[in-house]
Design a protein around this ligand. Structure first.
Ligand code: APR
Ligand code: PHB
Length: 392
């Protein structure tokens, strides 16, 4: 079997790339190790930058997103028994974000892909990438006991942090940068109305808390927890009691609780692999970088990688130009590092650090005071939160 582009992984990166290539008439197959249901069962963040919304609209995945997605013009910083609004729209000259779950984005992209008749292989075992430095790359896998091989011009490694693509690059060709944070997030999803119509990011002496949502009837909440904490340690009541303690009295009062429909703990990490291209192999999304969820940048960074990669491939096939593909890694990494910096900064500002001697807390207090009192500082937060512009 031969195809122009082999895409490894059917997460948001792989599916969005598949959609952009399909729209441009470039032939691609997606090879995914899990089942579609498994992929859809993962609960991830839910804030889309306007640029991400535009990309999804561009590939025709718009109906449910515009019907169910919630435009947010601002969010709240909870601090010292009160909350303070960051007016994204005013501070950025009209930009805003859309709250629409990553699960829904994935769902919409999967539906559009099957409606278009584009091929995705699910439940592929032992996926391996070969010969990407020779100009004749191949992908192999096993399914239902049979061996399969796909020849291609390019491989897009969209297979997430634990995928095979990045691991297949020789160690001396790749440099990685990593920071692991000394806490995790315990998240709960519940069919209850959200505390407020906007998100609340709360800095509290007991630890960070976030009130988010999926719709006006479904809430998503997080509290900072120790790295070695276990979901089993948290009944729903214990979770909501702790969440309430970390919110200002008005928000705590407004909270409606109900049984959790999902509860999980995720560690927080910043990670970047450089470069993002190895001859015919391109890494995109979580395969190349991870950010802590505090700035909600993971999915949006995946979308900007895919934008650069799809445009590079389109230039290659339609104009015979290598310029976009040659610029891919540097272009992505410039934007990636800015989002890594922002996510690290927002994480550092909002969490309680277990080894802090008191100095860190004083710096946080000074910085939050500055942030809330200075239009310049709030603008810097707002313009990063809505997403920095894409380079052309
Ligand atoms: N072979 C084939 N598929 C694989 C392999 C493999 N060896 N390893 C992993 N995969 C699949 C995973 O099962 C998953 O479906 O690759 C997909 C990667 O998807 P994600 O982890 O969601 O990564 P990505 O598509 O880059 O999405 C970007 O944004 O909000 C953030 O971290 C969040 O997932 C999100 C990310
Ligand atoms: C979420 O709704 O899951 C969410 C929202 C904002 C974040 C992180 C997660 O910063």
């Amino acid at each position: 079997m031969k195809v122009q582009v082999a895409i490894i992984g059917a997460g948001p990166s792989g599916l969005l790339l598949g959609a952009m290539l399909h729209k441009a008439g470039i032939d691609a197959v997606i090879i995914e190790q899990r089942s579609a249901d498994y992929v859809l069962g993962r609960i991830r963040a839910g804030v889309l930058e306007q640029g991400t919304v535009e990309m999804l609209d561009h590939v025709g995945v718009r109906e449910r997103m515009f019907k169910q997605g919630l435009w947010h013009d601002g969010f709240e910083i909870g601090y010292r028994n009160s909350h303070h609004r960051i007016d994204l729209k005013t501070l950025t000259g009209g930009k805003r974000v859309m709250v629409y779950g990553q699960t829904e984005v994935t769902h919409d992209l999967m539906d559009a892909r099957s409606a278009a008749g584009a091929k995705t292989v699910y439940e592929a075992e032992d996926v391996a990438v070969h010969d990407f430095d020779t100009g004749k790359p191949r992908v192999t896998w096993r399914k239902d006991g049979a061996e399969h091989e796909l020849s291609c011009d390019f491989i897009a490694g969209c297979d997430g942090f634990h995928g095979v693509s990045r691991r297949s690059v020789p160690e001396n060709a790749i440099q990685t940068y990593e920071k692991v944070y000394p806490f995790g997030w315990l998240g709960v999803l519940s069919d209850t109305p959200p505390v407020s119509h906007e998100l609340i990011y709360s800095n509290h002496a007991r630890g960070f808390a976030l009130c988010s949502m999926r719709s006006m009837t479904r809430s998503r909440y997080y509290i900072q927890c120790p790295l070695d904490d276990k979901v089993e340690n948290w009944s729903d009541d214990a979770f909501f009691d702790e969440l309430r303690r970390r919110l200002d009295p008005a928000a705590a009062e407004a909270m409606v609780t109900g049984p959790s429909i999902e509860k999980s703990i995720a560690p927080l990490r910043s990670f970047v692999a450089e470069p993002m291209r190895f001859s015919s192999l391109f890494l995109a999304g979580d395969a190349a970088h991870i950010v802590p969820p505090t700035g909600a940048k993971g999915l949006n960074l995946a979308a900007s990688d895919v934008h650069y990669l799809a445009n590079g491939l389109i230039e290659h096939y339609q104009e015979g130009s290598a310029a976009g593909l040659d610029a891919y890694s540097e272009r992505c990494l410039r934007r990636v590092w800015k989002a890594v910096r922002f996510s690290w900064w927002f994480t550092s500002l909002m969490h309680k650090f277990p080894d802090d001697t008191g100095f860190g807390q004083k710096i946080q207090e000074a910085e939050i005071g500055y942030l809330l009192g200075s239009t310049a500082a709030s603008t810097a937060l707002a313009e990063n939160y809505v997403g920095l512009p894409l380079e052309v």
